[in-house]
Design a protein. Structure first.
Length: 255
């Protein structure tokens, strides 16, 4: 049986120890501007999932528990990963890094592979970048219009919304697609608000338009990510400039 068709799996969203004690005390706005179905994928030890083979016009929610699990996200997709226990091993573009317990990773920089080497539990939600940005259309967020690559601990309210999303995608859930989409929209907005300090850097980037400034910031975030993931490695300027798609001289000026 395919992982996405398996019911009653390993993770128990009603058990607080699996989720660090987060609860339901989160206010969710009673509206959804863009209802969108979410495909659930329940993964356990030894399962693998290639999301390039899944429908591109949907969000995909992954609930995983066990060792030896692998998930591949295609380029052009944005994904959010949350390690509930243990470490997640992520890799993209020849670089690899770890997401530790209770940390989250927002990724939108090309194809991504996630591997769970130990008996760990984690959640992830992914879909094309255009689907994510549709969550924010028509909402007033100033100049913040898209999630940016980021790694860190998510706020309690954001974690609570992600847990409720996990519950809503289980086969036993009584929620309708519209309710699940409302949770997803609230989660996206909450995560965007947590990125406010990162979003504020857009005004300091070069570019005549908001989109050009965002492209500049995305390039610089690639460089920072490479540096953070290789604290014990001496990275030369040539490699860093290739990562940002800049000349070495230009990278020195803008970084």
């Amino acid at each position: 049986m395919a992982p996405s068709q398996r019911a009653g799996l390993a993770l128990n969203p009603d058990h607080p120890r699996d989720y660090g004690g987060a609860n339901d005390d989160v206010v969710v706005p009673n509206h959804c501007t863009h209802p969108m179905p979410i495909s659930p994928h329940l993964l356990r030890s030894g399962d693998s999932l290639d999301l390039a083979q899944q429908p591109p016009g949907r969000f995909h929610f992954l609930q995983a528990s066990g060792r030896g699990i692998q998930a591949d996200v295609p380029p052009g997709w944005l994904s959010v990963w949350w390690a509930l226990g243990g470490e997640l091993s992520l890799s993209s573009g020849g670089s690899g890094w770890r997401v530790t317990s209770r940390q989250a990773q927002v990724w939108r920089e090309g194809a991504l592979r996630c591997r769970s080497l130990g008996p760990h539990a984690w959640l992830a939600i992914t879909g094309s970048a255009s689907l994510w940005e549709a969550r924010l259309n028509g909402r007033d967020h100033g100049q913040a219009s898209a999630l940016l690559p980021w790694r860190g601990r998510i706020r309690h309210d954001c974690a609570g919304l992600l847990i409720r999303l996990a519950r809503s995608t289980l086969p036993s859930s009584a929620l309708h697609n519209d309710d699940t989409a409302t949770l997803l929209e609230a989660f996206t907005v909450s995560l965007l608000e947590q990125q406010s300090a990162l979003q504020a850097l857009l005004s300091r980037c070069n570019g005549r338009t908001h989109e050009r400034r965002r492209q500049t910031l995305m390039r610089l975030l690639r460089v920072r990510h490479l540096i953070e993931c290789n604290p014990d490695t001496r990275l030369d300027l040539e490699r860093l400039s290739r990562m940002a798609n800049y000349s070495p001289c230009h990278l020195i000026r803008v970084y």
